[in-house]
Design a protein around this ligand. Structure first.
Ligand SMILES: O=c1ccn([C@@H]2O[C@H](COP(=O)(O)OP(=O)(O)O[C@H]3O[C@H](CO)[C@@H](O)[C@H](O)[C@H]3O)[C@@H](O)[C@H]2O)c(=O)[nH]1
Ligand SMILES: [Mn+2]
Length: 773
């Protein structure tokens, strides 16, 4: 597909803006030098220590922190952003030349992912500013739920009035649950027509909302004559493929809706379903078949498959109606297609709690993102990403082999035993269908599509290994992205204003833990696959500096170990009357102090420049520590168990909160920000860390009271250790509140007992064993 435009005299569609980064670099290098000084100091003074153990452990932890810091500096060294100019697009490209885009939305559970949320995502995508005849929306339902199918049919009916309304009045937010807030924008200056239509649509949306709400409470009568008959014997983990064409743009007229297709792939308890990656691959395969009709009809010149695919999670609605045009600025804006294998859009959240109490809004990754923009390009983040179809089909830039030279046998092995699939893959890889304008009609290929959506279709093929979404990690997004970069493609990151997509962040602490554990585990799994960043840098075309950033990402889970050791070290030292930091009277004390002060102030300055409040900065800080030492630790263990063959990884879906979608009631922030606890074992390490530090502080205080003279008091324990212990306690302050909280705000007794017992055991062990080290 050649989508670059000619005419170098016209202003660019996209532009790289380089940001001056000298001061941050200088600060980062200062911190690095201090870290190196500290390591040297530790080695040199090692033999002078009374207690070797804490000194050695500190040395090991700090070596890790230094290594991690080098990875961070590498990631942030050059800072740049890519800006897009959609207003220039039509001067350069004729609308008829816009490529078709297949949109994939995945959902997996109508309870954890209330279907009204998914339906708003669908509505926002159907209404984007892009020729409708070039779009097809596929909703993948891994729950095989008649409710989702019902919701989709009702939503599509509503879309027939919603989409024209949005386009006529150029509505900015095209997800109704965000548009019809209880406090509508002032309509004084709007015409009477608009006001009437607005009221009508609000009313219609209310009806749709009610219908879905009522449907969610009833059981579906799936009798033989109804549309729901196929769901009659379907169990979510055991059912045949269901594909329903909900709406078709037969005429290809711009005023119609895009195609809307419901797919629930075959499930069978004997087969591994590969979670989201599996769902995405089935969508790809089905699209291929859609293409077959295109292929037959291509002769008569009316159909095609889409050279681009957009994939979004069910909760990520398109918040900026021009998002497709921004993407086109990237695809048309680079002279060389290698420079733009995929376009990842920024992810943000509509329900982000004030000051981000759980530290999950990823604000602090801003500088990381701008850093990798200057390398081979953005990570694929699983949602909000436009891929070139051939990139997903495993091709490398300027790859010619797969178009003609590969024999049929080989293509069957790669893409599966379907002649049509083979044909279509060849077409897609060669890009020869790029100029065709119209779309296939899905209903004519349903039968064939059902076949490739079956569970055994992929056996023995390259799906999930070289083609499509990659298997082997619950962070299938990063794994798929790294494999694309490993083939030499570059990618771009796009942050238009207003925010391109907004999603639903987890709003309860247990949900945060589950998500953080999955991410940390999934990222580490990538390291153990053949897509390991170092391997791809050596054998593939992954650039070395980006490989280092991938390493930083892969090692999230590993970081839990040194961080936990470092968080208990101060407690250990106070309790055993040993030291892991230089005495306050020594000049060397300035080194760790300098690192702490500069690093803290620098972190604050970084987020301050993004307009973040002091409270939010602190929340990001402390939750960084808390999440690492709790959820990431479990992620680490899960991967170790998996590598040892003792357990399997499970993709636990993050619950999406419907309360924030129900016609926009504002969340009561004060309560929402409070931590709630279930019986999750993930918080046990956190409570243990808190308890040992509290014990240390109390016993330190006790020692202080019982020591006579002032000099002796100073000698009882190190000030540095006490400071660290207090700091750790402050990080876990929410847990401290949880120890005394009631109901769901309290840590369950079972957890407290387990943690208390472990803490006691540690303290006793330390007391007894410290004399030996
Ligand atoms: O068996 C499954 C499990 C999940 N999903 C879908 O995957 C998406 C992401 O799931 P979610 O629970 O929302 O995970 P998050 O942690 O919020 O998602 C991030 O992290 C995931 C990898 O861990 C990526 O897949 C996502 O794209 C990325 O946004 C949702 O649309 C789900 O419906 C499926 O289709 N099938
Ligand atoms: Mn999500």
């Amino acid at each position: 597909m050649d989508m670059t435009t000619q005419g170098s005299t016209s202003p660019p569609l996209q532009e790289k803006i380089v940001i001056n980064n000298k001061i941050p670099r200088a600060i980062e290098l200062t911190i690095l030098s201090l870290l190196v000084f500290l390591l040297v100091y530790r080695v040199v003074t090692f033999k002078d220590q009374d207690h070797y153990f804490p000194w050695l452990l500190a040395l090991l932890c700090e070596s890790w922190f230094t290594f991690n810091w080098i990875l961070v500096i590498n990631a942030k060294w050059f800072q740049s952003m890519t800006k897009t100019y959609p207003e220039r697009l039509l001067d350069r490209v004729n609308e008829s030349e816009f490529p078709a885009v297949d949109i994939f939305v995945t959902t997996a559970d109508p309870i954890l992912e209330p279907s009204i949320i998914t339906m708003n995502t669908v509505l926002s995508l159907l209404a984007v500013d892009y020729p409708a005849k070039k779009l097809a929306l596929y909703l993948s339902d891994d729950a095989c739920s008649p409710l989702i199918f019902y919701s989709l049919t009702e939503t599509t009916k509503f879309a027939k009035i919603w989409v024209p309304f949005c386009k006529k009045y150029n509505v900015q937010v095209r997800a109704p649950f965000r548009y019809f807030t209880p406090n509508p924008p002032s309509m004084d200056d709007e015409s009477l027509d608009f006001q009437q239509e607005w009221k009508k649509l609000k009313n219609e949306y209310g009806i749709l909302y009610k219908k879905i709400e009522i449907a969610a409470q009833r059981t579906f009568v799936c009798d033989r004559d109804s549309d729901f008959a196929v769901f009659a014997d379907a169990h979510r983990s055991n059912h045949p493929t269901i594909i329903k064409v909900v709406s078709e743009n037969k005429e290809g007229t711009p005023s119609e809706l895009p195609h809307v297709i419901y797919i629930s792939r075959e499930k069978n308890p004997k087969h591994h379903h590969r979670y989201k990656a599996g769902a995405m691959n089935v969508l790809c395969a089905v699209l291929n078949l859609n293409f077959i009709t295109g292929e037959q009809a291509r002769v008569s010149g009316v159909m095609t498959n889409a050279p681009l695919m957009l994939n979004v999670d069910c909760d990520m609605y398109a918040n900026n109606p021009q998002v497709f045009l921004h993407a086109m600025c990237m695809f048309f804006g680079f002279k060389n297609e290698d420079d733009c294998g995929f376009v990842q859009f920024h992810q943000a959240f509509y329900n982000g709690l004030k000051d981000d109490p759980f530290g999950i809004q990823l604000v602090h990754l801003f500088y990381m993102e701008n850093g990798i923009t200057s390398m081979q390009g953005a990570f694929y983040g699983g949602s909000n990403c436009f891929h070139r179809r051939k990139v997903i089909y495993g091709s490398s830039p300027n790859d010619a082999i797969k178009t003609g030279n590969t024999d049929n046998e080989c293509l069957h092995k790669m893409f599966g035993k379907s002649i049509e699939m083979r044909e279509s893959a060849v077409q897609a890889l060669s890009g020869s269908n790029a100029k065709m304008e119209n779309r296939g009609i899905p209903s004519s290929s349903v039968e064939a599509a059902i076949q490739v959506a079956g569970c055994s279709y992929e056996y023995g093929t390259d799906w999930g290994k070289q083609i499509g979404w990659m298997y082997g990690s619950t962070a299938e997004d990063i794994l798929t992205g790294i494999s694309i970069h490993g083939r030499g493609w570059k990618s771009v990151y796009c942050v238009p204003d207003p925010a391109p997509f907004l999603g639903c962040a987890p709003v309860t602490y247990p949900a945060v833990l589950i998500q953080q554990k999955r991410w940390a585990a999934g990222l580490l799994e990538v390291f153990f696959t053949n897509k390991n960043p170092l391997l791809l840098a050596i054998n593939g075309k992954l650039r070395f500096r980006l490989a280092l950033v991938y390493m930083w990402l892969c090692f999230w889970a590993v970081r839990s170990i040194p961080e936990i050791c470092y968080a208990v070290l101060p407690a250990y030292c106070i309790i055993t009357n040993s030291r892991f930091l230089p005495e306050i009277s020594e000049p060397a004390f300035l080194i760790p102090m300098g690192i702490f002060v500069i690093h803290t102030l620098y972190g604050f300055w970084e987020v301050k420049r993004l307009g973040v409040s002091v409270r939010m900065w602190w929340n990001i800080q402390r939750m960084g520590r808390v999440n690492t030492m709790t959820a990431w630790l479990f992620g680490y263990w899960n991967v170790i168990l998996k590598v040892l063959g003792l357990s399997q990884m499970v993709f636990e879906v993050t619950p999406k909160d419907q309360s924030s979608s129900s016609n926009g009631d504002d969340i009561d922030d004060a309560n929402a920000a409070r931590f709630t606890y279930d019986g999750s074992p993930m918080i046990v390490p956190g409570v243990v860390i808190l308890l040992v530090n509290l014990t240390a502080l109390v016993s330190g205080l006790w020692g202080l009271v019982n020591v006579g003279s002032r000099e002796n008091r100073m000698a009882v324990f190190g000030l540095g250790e006490v400071f660290c212990s207090v700091y750790v306690t402050l990080c876990f302050l929410e847990y401290l509140k949880g120890l005394f909280g009631n109901g769901k705000y309290g840590i369950p007794f079972g957890t407290i007992w387990k943690s208390g017992g472990s803490a006691l055991l540690f303290v006793q062990l330390w007391r007894r064993s410290s004399q030996w080290f």
